[in-house]
Design a protein around this ligand. Sequence first.
Ligand SMILES: CC(=O)N[C@H]1[C@@H](OP(=O)(O)OP(=O)(O)OC[C@H]2O[C@@H](n3ccc(=O)[nH]c3=O)[C@H](O)[C@@H]2O)O[C@H](CO)[C@@H](O)[C@@H]1O
Ligand SMILES: C=C(OP(=O)(O)O)C(=O)O
Length: 433
Amino acid sequence: MDKIIVRGGKQLKGTVNVEGAKNAVLPVIAATLLASEGKSVIKNAPTLSDVYTINQVLRSLNAEVDYDGYQIEVDATKKLAIEAPFEYVRKMRASVLVMGSLLARTGKARVALPGGCAIGSRPIDLHLKGFEAMGAKVRVGNGFIEAEVDGPLKGAKIYFDFPSVGATQNVMMAAALAQGTTILENVAKEPEIEDLANFINKMGGRITGAGTGTIRIEGVEKLVGVEHTIIPDRIEAGTFMIAAAVTEGDVLVRGAIAEHMASLVSKLEEMGVSITPEEDGLRVKGPKALKPVDIKTMPHPGFPTDMQAQMMALLLCANGTSMITETVFENRFMHVEEFRRMNADMKIEGRSVIVTGPSNLQGAEVAATDLRAAAALTIAGLRAEGYTRVTELKHLDRGYLNFHNKLAALGADIERVTEQVEETPVIKDAKAL
Ligand SMILES: CC(=O)N[C@H]1[C@@H](OP(=O)(O)OP(=O)(O)OC[C@H]2O[C@@H](n3ccc(=O)[nH]c3=O)[C@H](O)[C@@H]2O)O[C@H](CO)[C@@H](O)[C@@H]1O
Ligand SMILES: C=C(OP(=O)(O)O)C(=O)O
């Protein structure tokens, strides 16, 4: 079992480079299935376990995928298979994003039902509603979702009850090869949506409005493989900005794009953190005393739910009471119990957490409950007295590359170790007890 061991008290100083965005590369890889001609070349693809998983999904669908640690080449021109197996969907919900492309390319898709996860029940009803509006018949049974369409998908006008990131992406991919025009209303506006639209447009697609509340897609007959460079990861960038702030550090986060993170930048500034744009990123300087603030997670451009846990770590160090309200996922406070193990003073009230700072954080053994919690607990460890040990790093590896090495290069006292754990044996016989 891998563990991060961090000893608090060091100020972070120096420069850290941001990788390509996990949440942009996954849909872009799914969209490479739309190309019936030519290879797609995706640059700035981060080496993450989620990227491995989506590559495996594509391979299981009969696409050829090569990855050299930076660039992914996908050839999806052969006859595609139609089933995304449970083994991958179980590991990563974003596997469901192949459904739109598969349906558009082959008229059929069979994808294991993703089920819930540690942060909420996460249904995909809005994705399916979109496919149905374009003429697909959708059936759910035996743990799979099957969608099928007779002839091409048809353009439609679709209103999303909630601006779901995944539903916007999945339906946008399906509509790219549909017959006629699709208009999507109340869509997600995240930068990753724009990155996907830019990629599909380079392939020959006709999408306008990505990044606004309405997207218009004129279906085309064919899309071809092209080269594309993934945008920097605003969540990884934000995570390092908070790590700098929590340690009274001075860090240049190279690759951070201020316009992608306006809500985070303004909340950090409210807390007294200095953020200065430089040519190739944002310089972050943590103050001696942090001020408390209230935050409410919202779809973009609101405060991102993927920064909520890291922000909680920072607010624990502020002088006063802050309130964090989570509106995007119904169960994204699992890390609160782990922070409490570090002596954090927090109270959950419905969908909000009242954080009373400054907590006298103490090092403890804590378990990551999701990938952002893994980063947030490590950040709290940078400030805590003594040693913090963070376990369940399989979550961290889904979304962060070389996290501990990057922090160590900035001056943190941190290492990642592999420890043998005693497995509980399978008991088949009472005599074994
Ligand atoms: C791979 C990826 O890009 N993941 C991101 C994506 O996840 P994901 O695309 O899964 O998130 P969504 O925006 O779809 O989900 C937001 C909310 O809408 C609900 N919902 C969603 C779809 C649906 O059909 N029905 C429904 O009710 C979800 O349960 C959730 O409560 O956006 C989230 C919200 O910014 C981020 O936290 C994730 O990091
Ligand atoms: C929740 C996240 O990702 P996913 O949607 O892939 O679970 C995340 O990136 O914080």
